[in-house]
Every structure is written in structure tokens, then in C-alpha cells.
Design a protein. Structure first.
Length: 92
């Protein structure tokens, strides 16, 4: 937003203006091959394959990984895409 009197440009935190930030948590999965998981993460959050691999390896190594932190509506969309192939997720 631009204040027309001062010319000052301000921005609003999209997460704050749309509600409390939530997280999509991906759990380790022994049923899907790694390439499937990576492809689905790329599809869900439009990230690079390299970033998707990092998320997948974190879930594989630690049992869980944060896929994205955003407002609830975005998290629900990401979760729905991940669940399309049966990945186990939660929204916190």
C-alpha cells in the first residue's frame, strides 16, 4: 500500500492478514518411492526438485518435515495435493 501524502510504501504480512500461520507436516513414508514423493512436493508447493528432495530427506531422516508454513487455506490446498497419492500429513 502506498501512502499518497508521504509516498511511503508499506506491505502487509500475507500470513498475518489471512490468519494464524499453520504448518503442513509430512511424515516419513515407506510405501512410496522417493521420486514419487519429490514429484508430489514439487506439485504441491511449486518448488525446485532440489528443495523437494531436501524436504523428503528431512522426513526420511527425522520422521517428519515441514513442507510449508502459511495461512490455513494455503496449507489445506498443499495437504490435499500431497494426499492425492496417499502421503501422510498433518496441519499444525
Amino acid at each position: 500500500m502506498t501512502d499518497l501524502q508521504t509516498g511511503t510504501v508499506t506491505t502487509t504480512d500475507a500470513v498475518t492478514s489471512l490468519g494464524q500461520a499453520r504448518k503442513v507436516i509430512l511424515y516419513n513414508d515407506e510405501e512410496h518411492v522417493m521420486d514419487e514423493v519429490v514429484a508430489q512436493i514439487v506439485k504441491a508447493i511449486a518448488c525446485t526438485p532440489q528443495r523437494a528432495e531436501e524436504i523428503m530427506f528431512e522426513a526420511h531422516s527425522n520422521g517428519r518435515a515441514v513442507v510449508i508454513a502459511s495461512h490455513l487455506e494455503r496449507c489445506e490446498h498443499v495437504a490435499a495435493v500431497l494426499e492425492q497419492i496417499g502421503l501422510r500429513i498433518d496441519i499444525e
